[in-house]
Each structure stands twice: as C-alpha cells, then as structure tokens.
Design a protein around this ligand. Structure first.
Ligand code: ATP
Length: 353
C-alpha cells in the first residue's frame, strides 16, 4: 500500500530566459506521510522555494519547462494538464501555504476580516466542490454557512493565540504587528482544514524571540489537527526543534533525506556533514563551505556537489542512485560518510581546516 500523502518523484524542471535555460531542479524525489513534519533545508538558492512552488502549482508558466518526473498529492496528478478540477480542489484547500513575508501577503485596502471571509467563501471545509473555479458573480455564500464559518474563524484565531479575535478582524493589515500577521497567516492556512501545509521560511521576517514561538505553535496546531507540514528553512536549529524528518537540497538536487535524529547524529552525504559542521555551534564553527554553488545554466554533470566535495571521484560525474543507510534514511552519494567511524566524520568536518 502506498501511504504517501505527497509523492514527488524524479522532478526535473527549469526556466528559459535571456541568459539561456536554468536547470533548477534535477531529479528531485520527496515523499511525505500524513501528519509528518518535514524540513526542506539547504543554502539560499538551492531550490527550496522552487520545489514548494511546483507542488503548489504557482511557478511562472511562461518560462517554466518541466523536463521529467511527477508530483502526486493524495492520488491527484498535480502536473497533468487535464486534471485541473482535481488540482483546484487540492490547491488552497487540501494543500495550503504560509508565505515567507506576512507583510506583503495581505491586501492593504481590505480589513483582515474581509480577507478571511473571502478565503472561507471559496475554501471553507464545508463548501462543496471547494476550489472548483466558477464565475464569482454566480457563487453565493449562504448565510448559514457564513455563520458557521465565522465560528470557525474566531476559534482558529483564538487557537493561534491572537487576543480579541473579533477586534482583529475589524483591523487593516497595517494595524497589527508582524508577529500577529504571521499568526493570522497560520490561522488562514489552518482554516480550510488542509492535509498539508507548505510553510516557506515562515519566520524569516520576524524577531528571533517570536520565531521560536510561532514555529512551536505551528507544530502544535498541525499535529493536533492531523496536518502534515513541509517547512522550508535554512535554519537547521528550527528544523531540529520542530521536524520529524529532513530533506537536504543542494543546487537543485535532493542529496539526503532522513529522520531528524539520523540527520543530526549520522549524516551520510558529505554536503550534509559540511552543512552541520558550518553551524556556529558545529565542529567547524561558522567556517562556511569552501567553493561556490554551481551555475544553474551550466551545472556539473552527476552530483552537483562534486566540485566542492573532498571525497569526489570520477564516479560522481553520474548522478548516484539512492541508497538507504537506515530506516527512512536515503542518501545519493558514491562515497557516503560512515556514521560508525569518528575518523570519517572528523575527515569531513575538518578537511579544509
Ligand atoms: N523564473 C526563474 N527564472 C530563472 N531562475 C529562477 C527563476 N526562479 C528561480 N530561479 C533561480 O532558481 C534558484 C533557486 O531559487 P529558490 O528561490 O528556489 O531557492 P531557495 O533555496 O528557496 O532560496 P532562498 O533560501 O534564498 O529562498 C535561484 O538561483 C533562483 O535565482
């Protein structure tokens, strides 16, 4: 039985532009089970947002070219050009989104209440055929459903710890703080009762003190309501705090996926080892990783980390198939770190020191 909620398999895509074709995602595989909280980590520019946007179906169509692979959500083919009604039922209803920047995500000219009502008019869990596009003029918002939705809205705002929810709904976006706006975003992502929430660096724009609170709240509410969360972040500390599992991306490739304990205690891909070692509290101390991320216009063949990898050999010019060093642990590397060998771990961490 296939118990995946989300199944991204071998996804390769890129964008054409004046500078040529940018090969962004290269054979990415990502699976999520119902209720799982998975971190999608990697350096800035490694393709986390592109992957999240591909799942949500919001990549710019004019330049996008899908070169291979599939995205299936609970049985719906999210890349098919004919299953658009099913895709519309999934997007914004079964899969919702928490954006990076709560400051630009609201429309400044409507009150928060008007914007939440509009969301529920279309995406309420009670709405039949939720998500199927119809002409807005011919779609009523029946009074009885609107009343029940209002109850849902007030209780969800209370659950994200927004005081005086009725007052907040009357305000305009600029009248509430950044932290409150991000709580509202979490509430709006929860209201359709989704099976998956994609949170794209949801706390980057906030104060460090508020970040941990918001992530803790997201984890608690998603778990209580049985929703899975895909959290894109470059903050490994956040991933450690709230995730069950982690997928590591490097230059548009998934290089490793592991339960959170294995990720931190027994990383197998040399890039993961470097990433962990370059944390301020890691063995390398804020050293960074020598070398540069390759260009997406002319990426190296095979493993894209090979040009920076102390273990690379000629084999690495072909993309490695996945291997499985442990339960739920996948790595794509011809020369993985042996978790049992302290000398190997030290070699990876200290190779350039
Ligand atoms: N429409 C596009 N055309 C060309 N290149 C693009 C396009 N969209 C994204 N890219 C490139 O794809 C790469 C991956 O970007 P993406 O935003 O997915 O990375 P990221 O890991 O989410 O980064 P960050 O952590 O900074 O948000 C970047 O080099 C970006 O410039």
């Amino acid at each position: 039985m296939n118990e995946s909620l989300l199944d991204v398999d071998g996804l390769s895509l890129g964008f054409s532009g004046e500078a040529g074709f940018a090969h962004i995602l290269d054979g990415v595989t990502l699976r999520m089970k119902p209720g799982e909280i998975r971190g999608l980590v990697g350096e800035s520019g490694c393709g986390k947002t592109t992957l999240a946007s591909a799942i949500l179906g919001v990549l710019p169509r004019h330049a996008l070219k899908i070169r291979g692979g599939t995205i299936r959500f609970d049985g719906t083919d999210m890349l098919s050009r004919t299953a658009t009604a099913d895709q519309a039922r999934v997007r914004g209803r079964k899969v919702t989104f928490i954006p990076q920047d709560p400051f630009t995500s609201f429309n400044p000219v409507f009150t928060i209440g008007q914007q939440v009502d509009e969301l529920m008019k279309w995406k309420s869990p009670e709405r039949e055929n939720a998500g199927v596009p119809r002409h807005p003029l011919f779609t009523r918002y029946p009074r009885a459903r609107r009343r029940r939705d209002r109850e849902r809205i007030l209780s969800t705002l209370a659950s994200v710890q927004l005081p005086q929810p009725e007052q907040i709904l009357k305000k305009y976006p600029h009248e509430v703080s950044g932290g409150q706006r991000q709580r509202l975003m979490i509430a709006m992502a929860l209201l359709p009762e989704p099976d998956l929430i994609i949170a794209d660096e949801p706390t980057t724009a906030l104060d460090v003190t508020i970040q941990a609170q918001i992530l803790g709240l997201l984890r608690k509410l998603a778990t209580e309501r049985g929703a899975a969360v895909l959290l894109t972040t470059h903050d490994l500390g956040s991933a450690y705090e709230i995730c069950d599992s982690v997928t590591v991306m490097y230059a548009g490739q998934d290089v490793e996926a592991a339960p959170v304990d294995a990720f931190f205690n027994a990383p197998a891909h040399p890039y993961t080892g470097k990433l962990l070692a370059s944390r301020p509290e890691g063995a390398g101390g804020m050293t960074g990783i020598p070398g540069e991320v390759p260009s997406f216009y002319d990426p190296p063949p095979g493993c894209r980390f090979a040009p920076r990898c102390p273990r690379a050999t000629a084999d690495c010019k072909r993309r490695p198939d996945p291997s499985h060093p442990g339960e739920g642990h996948m790595v794509r590397c011809y020369h993985p770190i042996d978790a049992g060998s302290a000398a190997e771990a030290a070699e990876i961490v200290g190779a350039e020191r």
